[in-house]
Design a protein around this ligand. Sequence first.
Ligand SMILES: N[C@@H](CCC(=O)N[C@@H](CS)C(=O)NCC(=O)O)C(=O)O
Length: 221
Amino acid sequence: MPAILYSFRRCPYAMRARYTLALLSQSVELREVVLKNKPEALLKLGGRSTVPQLIVDGKRYPESFDIMMWAINQAPASSMSLQLWPQSKVMQTKIQTWVSYNDHCFKYWLDRYKYADRYPEFTEEFYRQKGERFLKRLDVRLSRYPYLMGESMTLADVAIFPFIRQFAGVKPTWFADSNYPNLKRWLSGFVDGKEFAAIMSKYEPWQEGQPTIIFPTHLNS
Ligand SMILES: N[C@@H](CCC(=O)N[C@@H](CS)C(=O)NCC(=O)O)C(=O)O
């Protein structure tokens, strides 16, 4: 039985998980979830019902980064898996530090910028400026290297780009006019690529008993 991935197309956590699975050609059964109407099969697992969630032989991975690591550990040692998750402990710690900053600090301001009307204590511009601190750091880093860790894409890039895409999407004109040339180049490399188009395919919400959808689709044949 394939591993089951509960996913939501537009969720940045789910995007990073799907992107990693696709890069490493790790196949899962994809179950598209509507957050307002989560399927019974997910709810009855109990506890957290956030997406993405991966279920493998009864073992549950409710954190997107753990799903990315599952994909790395499943994949045969290849140039892609070693590139995404280098063996150097120093590099691994650096990747985790960037991802952790994204998830725990940047995401906080991103939510407030995106939904400024729900957080009327401060203005949208205030929230955007808080988020821009991370954009600036990324832009400086990316002025020196094509990717966050250097010459090659790692899990740091894959984990973070969906959140920068979301930030850019709040006010696309503002982002287009902003002075983050390196960040824009890096983001375009992801969102204009064929891998991203492939992981953003649309599926109807999953229903019990429906035909299995294998993801990534290039593993269907
Ligand atoms: N720390 C989790 C966060 C996942 C998360 O918050 N997902 C959102 C969708 S983007 C969600 O499921 N929200 C619905 C809910 O909290 O019930 C991860 O890395 O996977």
